[in-house]
Design a protein around this ligand. Structure first.
Ligand SMILES: [Zn+2]
Length: 364
């Protein structure tokens, strides 16, 4: 998928990027300001938007700078219409660290909230305005925004901070994967309740839609996180299939069909002198079978095999292997232990295999 983001500048050495969809906001704020107070309204609403997103960036910096203390780098902070996202190069390795990194974001908002109270006076619903048109109003709305953002982010819904925090806390007692499952299921449920509440209770379509969106994000996040956790402790060697198919470039299409009948069907690796020299996709094999009919025994695999493909090392982490499997169109990989060909990694159905391997590991 294309990454539609625009690079802005660096803060504390961290790249700040704006997703293209973020541009909806200045347009929306501009029009809303115009309707409210003409040209003056436009300027004030855009100024308010800048202040809001400065707070969002500070929140994300809270996460990033805390993570940096634990040696975790932030690849970028991405601004989107629904908020910011600090993307880390790796994940905290203990629940305690994860909880601290997570808490640091909302803490920034609460710190700003408390720091502004002496200037603005206490928070009250009556003093909220839809558009600040004076400096005191702007400062008041900034204080209110930070309170709302802090509380909002602590709602126990993935991928918001509250959901992550819940997971980190559960991980003190439960295996990581179980903690993710519980907190994510709870998050989907909570997001659905909140969506229904805003739609039916408050008739607020926009917030209801936001929570529906968060619910979807929550499920995607769960999937990604599950995969990461599943494969974290595994290497390619744990999944390698050492029963090689023993097909050579001079083997025929008929030979390949015979071999396929002895194993669960997958793309075939062609070897010569102990090295992988080709890869035959099942689709290609099927096409060749149909085209050649009776003469499959005289047609050679050399004619249909791909000669360039990616190989893996038995010591590679499964995370790397999965990244390759996702980006390349290749679904089987010859695996080498240094220079020796040791087998094949079939990327098909890995999730299920990893799940049971993990279950077995957890028994030990
Ligand atoms: Zn956050």
């Amino acid at each position: 998928m294309l990454d539609w983001s625009i690079r802005l500048f660096r803060v504390f050495g961290i790249r700040l990027e704006m997703h293209i969809s973020f541009l909806i906001l200045p347009a929306y704020f501009g029009v809303a300001g115009m309707e409210k107070a003409g040209l003056k309204g436009v300027w004030w609403s855009l100024l308010f938007l800048v202040v809001i997103f400065a707070c969002v960036v500070l929140h994300e910096l809270g996460h990033s700078l805390t993570a940096r203390r634990f040696g975790i780098k932030t690849s970028r902070i991405l601004l989107m219409p629904i908020g910011g996202l600090a993307q880390f190069e790796s994940m905290p390795d203990t629940p305690g660290k994860e909880a601290l990194v997570t808490l640091a974001g909302p803490s920034v908002n609460f710190a700003l909230f408390f720091a502004l109270i002496p200037v603005t006076g206490p928070f009250s619903l009556e003093r909220l305005v839809d558009l600040p048109l004076t400096i005191p109003q702007l400062v008041y709305m900034t204080m209110a925004f930070n309170l709302i953002m802090g509380v909002f982010n602590l709602l126990p819904v993935f991928p918001m901070d509250g959901g992550r925090l819940m997971r980190a806390v559960l991980s003190f007692w439960l295996p990581a994967l179980r903690a993710t499952e519980i907190s994510s299921k709870f998050g989907v449920f909570a997001a659905a309740c909140l969506a229904a509440f805003f739609l039916i209770g408050l008739n607020n379509l926009l917030l209801a839609a936001l929570f529906l969106f968060i619910m979807l994000a929550s499920r995607m996040e769960l999937k990604a996180m599950k995969q990461r956790e599943l494969f974290q402790s595994f290497h390619v060697r744990d999944f390698v299939d050492t029963r090689m198919e023993n097909l050579r470039p001079e083997s025929s299409i008929r030979d390949a069909l015979g071999v396929l009948n002895q194993m669960s069907p997958r793309d075939l690796i062609i070897t010569e002198y102990g090295r992988a020299v080709g890869l035959v996709e099942l689709d290609e094999l099927n096409k060749a079978r149909k085209a050649n009919g009776e003469s499959t025994s005289s047609h050679l695999l050399a004619g249909i095999m791909q000669r360039s493909f990616v190989t893996l090392q038995a010591n590679d982490t499964m995370e790397d292997a999965l990244r390759l499997a996702a980006s390349d169109k290749q679904s089987v990989f010859p695996v080498y232990d240094y220079v020796q060909l040791v087998g094949v990694l079939d990327a098909e159905g890995l999730d299920r295999r990893a799940y049971w391997k993990k279950a077995e590991k957890e028994l030990d």
